[in-house]
Design a protein around this ligand. Structure first.
Ligand code: DGP
Length: 114
């Protein structure tokens, strides 16, 4: 989608540090990491957020979660544990309007999530 930051990253028009890619998803390091491992997983098809996934196939949505798991194994945080977060909308402080999953790990997370 034109003027979407993450669509431009997926297309390679804006540089990113790629962690993983397949035909449906792309994973790259967050520019402002909140944990020793902080990777963003996005579908290659543009949808704005989790609230818009009716426009996404179940296969593509599942692929995003599989990629989160793949990234966790690749980054060696699967055994110790990791957190997956998707901010959706204003109250959740979503800042980029392209569905994305934060994969966080490499340290003991705070028990509080909000
Ligand atoms: P959210 O606040 O949930 O919408 O998360 C958006 C994330 O995207 C935020 O953690 C910072 C990250 N981000 C924003 N711009 C860029 C960028 O140009 N490159 C990369 N790698 N990450 C970005």
């Amino acid at each position: 989608m034109e003027n979407c930051l993450f669509c431009k990253i997926i297309a390679g028009d804006i540089p990113s540090t790629k962690v993983y890619e397949d035909d449906k998803t792309y994973a790259f390091r967050d520019i402002n990491p909140m944990a020793p491992v902080h990777v963003l997983v996005v579908p290659k098809t543009h949808v704005a957020s989790l609230d818009a996934v009716d426009a996404l196939s179940d296969e593509l949505l599942a692929a995003c979660l599989r990629t989160c798991r793949t990234v966790a194994h690749q980054e060696a945080i699967a055994e110790s544990g990791f957190r997956v977060v998707s901010n959706c909308g204003c109250d959740a402080c979503q800042s980029v309007q392209h569905l994305h999953f934060h994969v966080l790990g490499g340290k003991k997370m705070a028990e509080s999530m909000a």
